[in-house]
Design a protein around this ligand. Structure first.
Ligand code: F6R
Length: 365
């Protein structure tokens, strides 16, 4: 069932243009250039004073990206925590407020417990899940499915990009409901969303270069990932993906945090993977890259041609991504991030589909 691919993970990475396209078709009214949620939701985005998100691992990072989207596009305050913390912290939650849980399997014990806690507080619960028959899908008051299809590789790839796709559609719908988005802006966002599957396919064409780069990464003992804005959670996701399948120690940081500690780690032996589309805060990330370069750090830039030219830095490599609306960048940039982890692990001879100590579905806490 792996088709022409060596591993399920490779197959699932390459399936993304198709499954993201399928997910989009479910949430976007293409003829009218509008997001159209097929499910009627049992709450009103207009009256929410806050959105609480809980999830684990990669799904949590999808939630962190969504926090930026809900806050900027819908002006909706978001509180987010990993489910294992949220469930025991027992945060005060408004009756009739909204908790959003995100889970590929729909069976993650901590995520399920935080969903049950939210319900016990009288919250509406909305689940972004990939397995429609799962416990979380059954227990949530509403479900917005990701249409990624079965994900076999232990490291989440296509479920993640589909989660991002659904979450961006939700944020746009919330923005419209709350009067935070003009019709014009919504149309521009939908236009950008529609281009995403094609942009992801374009991103997979960087695979040859990334394979070469992976040989460099495989020699490292530690790898740093940096990003700002939505690229910050992408840095966290990049580091998680690399550590879980290659067993190389990796850390993701908000680029602005560099000088508050992690800069002490920088030398020629530490590759620094910078995720930086040419967005409004790109210049800020460039200053961080200069700080890294000044200390002999070897930068791998995942960015676009415009950004690479503007940065004018001597990088070890630049993985050139297509031009895009920065709002949709996380969905497209997921591809090179996954490919770096995948090829590094394959080059090192690791079992990428079944990494040690990990289970696909974490049904015990
Ligand atoms: C990372 C990974 C895990 C899961 C986490 C949550 O690649 O797969 O971090 O994302 O265990 O799982 P779900 O989404 O099934 O709740």
């Amino acid at each position: 069932e792996k088709g022409n691919h060596r591993h399920f993970m490779a197959k699932e990475i390459h399936e993304q243009p198709e499954v993201v396209g399928r997910t989009l078709a479910h949430y976007v009214d293409l003829a009218n250039g509008r997001v159209a949620l097929p499910e009627t939701l049992p709450f009103d985005f207009r009256t929410l004073s806050r959105l609480s998100i809980t999830a684990c691992g990669t799904a949590y990072y999808a939630g962190l990206v969504a926090k930026y989207w809900f806050e900027t596009l819908a002006r909706l305050p978001v509180e987010i925590d990993v489910a294992s913390e949220a469930r025991y912290r027992e945060p005060p939650l408004d009756r009739d407020g909204l908790t959003l849980v995100i889970s590929q399997s729909g069976e993650t014990a901590d995520t399920l417990a935080s969903l049950r806690y939210a319900k016990s507080q009288g919250q509406h619960t909305l689940a972004v899940v990939n397995v429609p028959t799962s416990t979380i899908a059954r227990e949530a008051s509403a479900v917005v499915p990701t249409l990624a299809g079965p994900e076999i590789g232990v490291a989440s790839t296509k479920a993640f990009s589909c989660q991002l796709t659904v979450l961006l559609c939700l944020a746009i719908a919330a923005g419209r409901a709350r009067g935070a988005l003009s019709a014009e802006r919504e149309r521009a966002l939908v236009d950008a969303l529609i281009t995403v599957p094609g942009l992801m396919a374009e991103a997979t064409k960087r695979e040859g270069e990334i394979e070469g780069l992976a040989r460099e990464v495989s020699k490292a003992r530690d790898v740093l990932y940096l990003g700002r804005g939505t690229s910050y959670p992408m840095a966290l996701e990049g580091a998680l993906k690399l550590k879980e399948i290659s067993y190389i120690h990796a850390e993701g940081y908000a680029a602005g945090e560099l000088k508050h500690g992690p800069i002490a780690l920088i030398d020629e032996s530490v590759p620094v993977i910078v995720i930086a589309p040419h967005d409004a805060i790109f210049e800020k990330t460039v200053s961080n890259m200069q700080e890294v370069a000044a200390r002999g750090g070897r930068i791998i830039l995942i960015g676009d041609a415009k950004g690479a030219a503007a940065a004018g830095l001597d990088t070890l490599a630049t993985v050139t991504m297509p031009d895009l609306d920065p709002v949709v960048a996380p969905i497209v940039y997921a591809v090179p991030i996954q490919l770096i982890a995948y090829h590094t692990a394959v080059f090192m001879g690791k079992d990428v589909d079944q990494p040690r100590n990990l289970a696909k579905s974490v049904t015990v806490e």
